[in-house]
Ligand binder design. Sequence first.
Ligand code: DSN
Length: 432
Amino acid sequence: MTNFFESDLSEVDPIVREAIDNEVRRQADGLELIASENFVSEAVLQAMGSVFTNKYAEGYPRKRYYGGCEFADVVEQLAIDRAKEIFGAEHANVQPHSGSQANTAVYLSAIEHGAKILGMDLSHGGHLTHGHPLNFSGLSYDVASYGVSKEDERIDYDELQSIAEKERPKMIVCGASAYPRIIDFERIGEIARSVGAVVMADIAHIAGLVAAGLHPSPVEHCEFVTTTTHKTLRGPRGGLILCREDSKKTVDRNVFPGIQGGPLVHIIAAKAVAFGEALEEDFKIYQQQILDNARALADELRDQGLRLVSGGTDNHLVLVDVYMDGKGITGKKAEKVLDEVHLTVNKNTIPFDTQKPFVASGIRLGTPALTTRGMKQDEMRTVGKMIAEVVQDSDSEETKAKVSREVRELTAKFPMYPKRYKSGKTEGISAS
Ligand code: DSN
């Protein structure tokens, strides 16, 4: 089965082949610092590129609306069982096509249309699906929001308690896409119970850390837990819902037929592979290295004079205030100049930002992808210096040319597919 393909994409569709090859080179020759991205193993890629994409399998294992689902059942049941084992959850639905679909299905399962939700403000680190006015969540529900305090830029749990008492939401939504600190799910669970609300914890960013026991788990404290499978969890692009046994039927019904038709069986097969990798001892070592690397990156950026939102990081990401009240450059410009030297980041609003979201005062950096590549603290210090140099001297072509050369030298030392990282084990970061 290794030589499964007899035809060659470069002959069948050279334009797509070339785009794929260029993307392989882009990923290999640049330094990927987008906090929500990662590099999957070849095993995950193989499962994604399998003939399961041909199969309709509406329904769930052993209860399908189509014939010929016996092997689809194998991979979906495996993905469910492994997800439950990783997170210690009573039930897992592995069919959501994305994190947004997972969240949509939970909203439908947990509360009535139009009910009040209390979600974290997007500009304070939340997510579109946590109540943004242009998202289904903001359009279909009555939204109140909470955020971080101005003093320490961390979630103010006392304020969250007061807002919950005043607003009396039916559901509190927690979890974030640009929050560098530990989230106290236990406290949020207590706040929710005190006002008769349920909790949806969206752990898309930190799922790998939770799986490895390096971030407190929400599973015991929150009725519903959602995640994507492609960030720190390092699986295929997709979603996952964890819930308790008593919500199993409702959640399953709201995923299919509620919001989706046929599941993406090839992606579910790849989720099963990735979940298997997450159960390996190496995965814990990898997640610890993500944390060590984020701390090293944060320390270097701080030493270089950049301001970090909340002063540092407890997880895989660092939010840098590059604008510094007009003394620096905007997030938009920082993203552009860093891109020019092949340091890939995204502009991001910071709490209480004075810039519009498309301009933003910050950039968000994450270490999951570079850690998969085998880089450790020394390389993170080097990357931190490069970022600071470009951001602080953003109009100098000379600086950009120099840093660009340094990026090339560093990437050459940590090759990507197919030389490194053939399985879930990361070379150089391995127990074996
Ligand atoms: N777009 C994702 C991120 O970058 O964090 C969240 O959905």
